[in-house]
Design a protein around this ligand. Structure first.
Ligand SMILES: [Zn+2]
Length: 318
């Protein structure tokens, strides 16, 4: 009997162990299930890790600050965008033909059919205020309004002029004094016979020329009012005893005229209407007419045989 009990007990134990092992296996299986879940969690963790890599995205998310720096880049342009409007508060140019141009000027001569650079072409742009730009372009296409007033004007010492109380821009005057002294040291006695000219002065000159020389010659010799760079205070006409204190293309054939042609750039001046450039400048050769642009630009222009129009990339339509 004891054997029977022992056998039953062993069977019970074995059965229990089997059940226990089976239970463990089942539990283990569910742990695997958990593992799946966990591995699912791992996937999620993986996702999180990706979103952790997504920390890179997060860092990228922090990149917004970086792209915020990028936004700072847009900001300067915005700042720059702010400036033009600030500039436009005091506009210096207008793109429409100014009142007082040929069409509205009762005293204007007929412009005839010649609207080329040698005639009286239509205006591209009109400057109504001086913004201090030493490279301001004034020609038959780029004009100044009747009431345009150059800033920083000074009355020059009478010893420099053929008449009294002549005016020009302070920068140009300082430069001219140096040119004058250098010429004097070479034995040349120069005088200025024209500096700044107002709209009305130019109008008188133009109309006198028209009466004496006719329109065709006048248009390559004299600027229509509002289209003369003398209006800017940066242009001047130089003469000498050789010229009878007047103006002539012969100036270049005299030592003083040649000296000016060779050395004016050293003082910031260019010969504004060079020989052979009438199609660009609109005017015949004027060895006497100097324009102040500053030493660097003047040196470049003279060394490369350019006009101001070419230097500025504003060659008129041919
Ligand atoms: Zn001149």
């Amino acid at each position: 009997m004891r054997k029977v009990y022992m056998t039953i007990l062993i069977l019970i134990l074995v059965l229990s162990m089997v059940l226990l092992v089976a239970g463990c296996g089942a539990r283990h299986g569910s742990e695997q299930g958990d593992d799946v879940t966990v591995s699912g969690d791992n996937v999620q963790v993986g996702d999180e890790q990706q979103s952790g890599e997504g920390d890179d995205p997060l860092i990228e998310g922090e990149e917004p600050p970086v792209s915020g720096d990028g936004e700072d880049e847009p900001l300067p342009p915005e700042d720059e965008m702010v400036e033009p409007p600030a500039g436009t508060d005091t506009p210096t140019v207008q793109t429409t033909v100014w009142p007082g141009d040929l069409n509205d000027d009762p005293d204007a001569p007929s412009k005839g059919d010649d609207r080329s650079a040698k005639g009286i072409p239509d205006v591209i742009e009109t400057r109504v205020a001086d913004d201090g730009d030493l490279l301001v372009l004034v020609n038959k296409y780029y004009t100044v309004s009747m009431d345009y007033e150059p800033t920083d004007m000074v009355t020059i010492d009478n010893k420099y002029g053929t008449y009294t109380d002549m005016e020009m821009k302070a920068d140009a005057y300082e430069a001219y004094k140096k040119l004058y002294d250098a010429a004097k040291a070479e034995g040349f006695d120069l005088k200025l016979c024209s500096t700044m000219r107002s709209y009305n002065t130019q109008k008188t000159l133009y109309n006198n020329s028209l009466a004496n020389r006719g329109r065709e010659t006048t248009n390559v010799r004299s600027a229509y009012p509002g289209r003369s760079e003398h209006h800017t205070g940066l242009a001047l006409d130089v003469t000498s005893a050789n010229m009878g204190w007047g103006l002539s293309q012969e100036f270049i054939n005299y030592p003083d005229g040649q000296w000016i042609n060779d050395h004016c750039h050293e003082y910031g001046f260019i010969v504004r209407y060079p020989k052979g450039k009438t199609d660009i400048t609109g005017y015949a050769y004027e060895p006497w007419h100097l324009r102040y642009v500053g030493i660097d630009v003047a040196t470049y222009i003279m060394a490369n045989d350019l006009t101001l129009e070419e230097y500025l990339g504003k060659v008129p339509p041919q």
